[in-house]
Design a protein around this ligand. Structure first.
Ligand code: AP5
Ligand code: MG
Ligand code: ZN
Length: 239
């Protein structure tokens, strides 16, 4: 399975990419996550330059992004496929990806647009947090951990009396001002790749306003309509 997920900030790209990756046993590759990992070292000048760009809601330059993706796709775990979350993000990046895939002899199975209204995105992003240990994503309203002080996935626990030692992490670009900048960047630079892929006949659209499980089902259906039809068919009669 080789799939690209496109959508504005907070559309659910990361959420759906993780689910697809687990189900199909392929890596989910998020350029945002790769860049965030690079920003952790305060003494790394390139990392700090990337952080400043991300905190302004702008795009990291193509020469850095395209090379990083090309190297990532060459890793052995991408042999049977990958889910791209957040790349490409401009027509120039889409063209670079086409060239790269051609050189590597790889064909895409689909490009999926996760459509969401802008006003919903701010609510989604402002409620988002993740486990600092395993990275599992949560939401204040839509996906709460069963225990507010413990991660459902890896079991990491925090001391409720010591908020400094919180296991929960919130992203530095998830403030209202940066989110507005990220949305502007999406509409001006990323949205033009939708007609680009539509003209190639590979674009599929799902309704990202639906509940998480529903969006997952829609994605499975558009990627494999036969499988989708099977799911929707009435139960078989025996005897
Ligand atoms: P990136 O990390 O990709 O951020 P983004 O595109 O702004 O998207 P998000 O990660 O915020 O949202 P998401 O769609 O993954 O939603 P999520 O699943 O978390 O990029 C960050 C920055 O890196 C960019 O601004 C740029 O600077 C740089 N960058 C990245 N790629 C680049 C590139 N190719 N070129 C140049 N620069 C690049 O969901 C959000 C929340 O909503 C979660 O809490 C989730 O639980 C909840 N949720 C999800 N789905 C649903 C649902 N159906 N119903 C209710 N809640 C839901
Ligand atoms: Mg994400
Ligand atoms: Zn965890």
């Amino acid at each position: 399975m080789r799939v690209i997920l496109i959508g504005p900030p907070g559309a659910g790209k990361g959420t759906q990419a993780t689910r697809l990756a687990e189900k199909h046993n392929v890596p989910s590759i998020s350029t945002g996550d790769l860049f965030r990992a690079r920003t952790k070292d305060k003494n790394d000048p390139l990392g700090q330059q990337i952080k400043a760009i991300m905190d302004a809601g702008q795009l990291v330059p193509n020469e850095i992004t395209v090379k990083m993706i090309s190297e990532r796709l060459d890793q052995p775990d991408c042999k049977n496929g990958f889910i791209l979350d957040g790349f490409p993000r401009s027509v120039e990046q889409a063209e670079s990806l086409d060239k790269m895939l051609k050189e590597k002899g790889i064909k895409l199975d689909g490009v999926i647009q996760i459509g969401v209204d802008d006003d919903k995105l701010v609510e989604r992003i402002s409620g988002r947090f993740s486990c600092g240990k395993c990275g599992e994503g949560y939401h204040d309203k839509f996906k709460k951990p069963a225990d507010p002080h413990q991660c459902n996935k890896c079991g990491a626990k925090e001391d409720p009396k010591d908020p400094e030692a919180s296991i929960w992490k919130r992203r530095s670009d998830d403030n209202e001002e940066t989110v507005r900048g990220r949305l502007h960047t999406y509409h001006t630079q990323t949205a033009p790749i939708l007609p680009y892929y539509d003209a190639k006949g590979v674009l599929k659209v799902v309704d990202g306003m639906a509940a998480m499980d529903d969006v997952t089902r829609q994605i499975e259906d558009v990627l494999d309509p036969k499988q989708g039809a099977k799911t929707l068919a009435p139960p078989k009669k025996f005897g």
